[in-house]
Design a protein around this ligand. Sequence first.
Ligand SMILES: NC(=O)c1ccc[n+]([C@@H]2O[C@H](COP(=O)([O-])OP(=O)(O)OC[C@H]3O[C@@H](n4cnc5c(N)ncnc54)[C@H](OP(=O)(O)O)[C@@H]3O)[C@@H](O)[C@H]2O)c1
Length: 252
Amino acid sequence: MSGAAPVVVVTGASRGIGRAVAQALAREGAWVWAIARDERALAEVVTAIRDEGGRADLMVYDLSNTGEASRVVEEIVGRAGLIDGLVNNAGTTRRGTLTTITPDDYEAVMGVNVKGLLFFTQAVVASMAAGGAIVNLASLNAFDVLKGAGLYAASKAAVVQLTRAMAIDFADRAVRVNAVAPGFIQTDFNAALWARQELSAWVTENTPLGRLGQPDDVVGVIRFLLGADSRFITGAVHVVDGGFLPARMWPL
Ligand SMILES: NC(=O)c1ccc[n+]([C@@H]2O[C@H](COP(=O)([O-])OP(=O)(O)OC[C@H]3O[C@@H](n4cnc5c(N)ncnc54)[C@H](OP(=O)(O)O)[C@@H]3O)[C@@H](O)[C@H]2O)c1
């Protein structure tokens, strides 16, 4: 991040990982622009940040509405100046096997996770300060496909390749792009799973660090990837999963 009060845009900041990231960055002095669809929830996040003495504003925006991306960015830049950081955190899913998912499911998931991310980023990068950094939220599902999450997995695999391609395409603007791939993090996103005791027990048993992740567990690596300490890292994917992916725990 460049200046004394770097401007950082966080999508999906109304709850979960995005909210934790927005609050943490604001505590460190960033001017956070919180984006999501739910104005009331965003206003709560902005109020929480301001109550702590931080600086934050909100923009209500549905990322699947790609035609509006430039207008949203222009409004932010008009009020805050060039953008130093972007956290493409907003994401959604629809459950179902590839035998049952519908074109509507496809539009819902790809329209936000892939198309929305790509064209919002394209709009932001045109107004980004040199030395800016972008962090995309991928997923463990980009590498492992959980049954019933095939569409989501494909969208997150696309996020990984978009990250690598953006790293190449934005390098001449001195903008770095990396991805973070969280494992099982306890948020509203997957609350229905954790309500099933046997599933949370299975994840806990198969995670070497022995617990589900929390939104704050993902914050540190995002902060690192936005900051100067990662200045020679671009096009990389950082897994945050308590060791789930490499472990393949055996029932021995
Ligand atoms: N939780 C996990 O275990 C996990 C694991 C791997 C990867 N991830 C990824 O991490 C990111 C955050 O996950 P989370 O668990 O924090 O999810 P979450 O609690 O469901 O929050 C998702 C956020 O995205 C926003 N969002 C969804 N659709 C949107 C749209 N069309 N336009 C704008 N904003 C939209 C939501 O706000 P509104 O509803 O107000 O729009 C919300 O702020 C996602 O990309 C997810 O795929 C999560």
